[in-house]
Every structure is written in structure tokens, then in C-alpha cells.
Design a protein around this ligand. Structure first.
Ligand code: AQP
Length: 342
């Protein structure tokens, strides 16, 4: 079976964008691939973070993976920092990666502009941690949104570079097979490009770090919170509801959300809602969101209440992940000339 690895950062509450753009599509991958889903907590400290919030968000994220349908009997679910190979490999990769490759990462440029002088080194080297997350597991495929493409390209370049510098004949002499230390991963592009936009600005993506909570629907929002956010979301003065009108990004976004949570086709959604006013559509969307999230929230509350169950899932996931990751890491150390550990 081909292997797929993916994760979400516990930087805040998981929202509809993380769910529709990532976690929901992971569910179907479990039967097709060998799947590992991690909560990437080491990534969550590249910007200043709240200590208690990190602990809470890490557990919440793992419980939400399960509540959204990630099945621990099919997939390994684990916390990134429980597998120390991620941090170790990142150091090795940082020593073989030209700094110019990292300087041109768009996300670094955007986020560092906001942080000014105080920008942490981790924000620059973050893509190497992400590369480690992927190549440690010899992953074949990585589900990526459009915004992560540049990072996956960098991962491929770094894997190629290590293979080139330390693989090949030297590596074969050490017993390495196929001359390659790392598998070079491919992108797995989701069938429906589910980019969920902010409720308060249809041209900005829904994001955990946006200052206003009114801009996103969190998976754990109560029905009242959902109703309030939809009531106050940005609208326009045009008549009817339609997909794909660039002048009406909010309309397209809310219809797409409705389509995805109801599982209807665009034609069905237009037949049902095309003639509606915003005032008529908003309660319909609210009800659909509440109905879709209700079973997820129910399972979540059961999982989070049973900490020993959750910890045992994370323990098992980390044990399996450590086996694969440590075997890759051992090979990299040996290919680079480090004395083997006894
Ligand atoms: N708005 C979105 N629409 C579709 N997919 C989205 N993803 C995030 N936002 C949307 C996808 O969720 C996965 C995990 O994202 P992440 O936690 O690694 O970080 P992110 O992409 O930076 O997400 P956020 O919510 O915007 O976090 P902050 O605000 O902390 O930066 C990825 O697969 C991503 O594509």
C-alpha cells in the first residue's frame, strides 16, 4: 500500500476550513492507503504561543480527528513531538538546505512581515520540519491544498538533494537499497478544491489565526454561535444566490459550504437556493451546519472525556510512527557518516 501522511497545527480551534479542506478528505484515504495523521505541535510554536492553550489544542485536535472519522484501527494518530526523529531530521536537513530556498517561501515572507524584527528562526526553518514530517515516513503521497504546494516542492527538492549528496553509490556500499535514502513524495490534490473563505471577507481564507472569531465556524461551535456567525456574516445586495460570480465571493463561499455539508451537487443547490434572498438562505445554511456538526461534536465529547482512551490511541500511534521514523533516521545518520548508536 502507498503511504499518506498529513496533519493540522494545534494553533487554535479546528475550523470548517481545516475540516472541509483537509480532515474530511482524509477519512476516505484510510481504506486506500497506509495512513498516518499527526497533530503537528512543533509547528505550532513558530509564532508566540500560549502554553496552556497548546496542551489543550493538541488534545482537542487529536480528539477531533477521531470525531471526524479518522479510525485509530485504520490510521496511526499521533502527536508530532512524541516522535523525536522529526526534530533530529530537521537539524540534518537544515545543514544541507541553502538559506535562499527558505527565504523565498511565500508564507515566511507574509508571516515575518507581520512579526517584524522579532521573527523567530523557526518561522524560516518551518518548511524543513514539514519536509521531515513527510520524508521520515517514506511517504508516497501528501494531501495538499494550493497554499501548501510551495512547501511540498521544497520537500521534494530537499529529499532529492540528500539523495544526491549522500545516496547513490556511497549509500549502496553502506547497504542502502536503490541508491535512494528518501522517497520523493507526490502531491495528492483533493478532487473538489475546497478552499473555505472567511465569513467576514470572501477573499481571505478562513484561518485559525484571524483575530475575529466571527470570521470562522469552529467545529466545536454551539448551534447558537453558528447561528450568530451566519447571521452576522458579510453579504451583498444582489438578488438570488449563485456560484462562481467573482463579484460575489461571499455568496460563492457560503453556497460552497452548504454544498459540502449537505453532499448535494451544485445543480441541486441552485435548484433549491438559487431564488432565495440572503435572509432566507442564512437559516437554511445554519441548520445544515448544525446538523452536520452535531454527530462530530457528540463523538468528540465522548472521546475528550476519556483521557486514558485518547492517550492510549496517541501512544499506539506514536509507537508505530517511531518504528518507521527511527529506521529512516538511522539510515540518514549512517549515510552522512555518523557513528551508529549502540
Ligand atoms: N480556509 C481553508 N480552506 C481549506 N483548507 C484549509 N486549510 C486551512 N485553512 C483552510 C487546510 O488545513 C490543513 C491544516 O492547516 P494548518 O493547521 O497546517 O495551517 P494553515 O493552513 O495555516 O491553517 P490555518 O487555519 O490558517 O492556521 P493558521 O491561522 O494558524 O495559519 C492544511 O491542509 C490546509 O491546507
Amino acid at each position: 500500500k502507498k503511504r499518506v501522511v498529513s496533519g493540522v497545527q494545534p494553533t487554535g480551534s479546528i475550523h470548517l476550513g481545516n475540516y472541509l479542506g483537509a480532515i474530511k478528505s482524509w477519512v476516505g484515504l484510510q481504506d486506500l492507503y497506509d495512513t498516518l495523521f499527526l497533530v503537528v505541535d512543533l509547528h505550532a510554536i513558530t509564532m508566540p504561543h500560549d502554553v496552556e492553550q497548546l496542551t489543550k489544542s493538541t488534545r482537542t485536535s487529536a480528539a477531533l480527528y477521531i470525531a471526524c472519522g479518522i479510525d485509530p484501527t485504520k490510521s496511526s494518530i499521533f502527536v508530532q513531538s512524541h516522535v523525536s526523529a522529526h526534530a533530529e531530521l530537521t537539524w540534518l536537513l537544515s545543514c544541507v538546505t541553502p538559506i535562499s530556498w527558505l527565504n523565498k517561501m511565500i508564507q515566511f515572507k507574509e508571516k515575518s512581515r507581520k512579526s517584524g524584527e522579532d521573527v523567530g528562526t523557526g518561522l524560516l526553518t518551518y518548511p524543513l520540519l514539514m519536509a521531515s514530517d513527510i520524508i521520515l515516513y517514506q511517504s508516497d503521497l501528501v494531501p495538499v491544498g494550493e497554499d501548501q504546494r510551495q512547501h511540498l516542492e521544497l520537500t521534494r527538492d530537499v529529499a532529492d538533494r540528500v539523495n544526491h549528496l549522500y545516496g547513490g553509490r556511497k549509500w549502496k556500499k553502506l547497504g542502502g537499497r536503490g541508491g535512494k535514502i528518501f522517497k520523493v513524495p507526490e502531491a495528492l490534490v483533493p478532487e473538489t478544491c475546497a478552499r473555505v473563505m472567511s465569513l467576514t471577507d470572501g477573499t481571505a481564507k478562513m484561518s485559525k489565526s484571524a483575530p475575529s472569531d466571527l470570521s470562522r465556524i469552529n467545529l466545536l461551535d454551539t448551534p447558537d454561535q453558528i447561528a450568530n456567525k451566519i447571521k452576522r456574516c458579510k453579504t451583498d445586495s444582489a438578488l438570488g444566490m449563485e456560484f462562481g460570480n467573482v463579484e460575489r465571493p461571499e455568496c460563492n463561499n457560503l453556497l460552497s459550504i452548504y454544498q459540502q455539508v449537505t453532499g448535494k451537487t451544485q445543480q441541486e443547490v441552485i435548484a433549491e437556493c438559487g431564488e432565495m434572498s440572503w435572509g432566507q438562505f442564512k437559516p437554511v445554511l445554519t441548520d445544515a451546519l448544525v446538523a452536520h456538526l452535531q454527530p462530530i461534536q457528540k463523538t468528540y465529547s465522548e472521546v475528550i472525556a476519556d483521557q486514558s482512551y485518547l492517550d492510549s490511541i496517541l501512544g499506539e500511534g506514536a509507537a508505530k510512527a517511531n518504528l518507521i521514523a527511527n529506521s529512516t533516521l538511522k539510515n540518514v545518520y549512517s549515510a552522512m557518516g555518523f557513528v551508529p548508536r549502540t
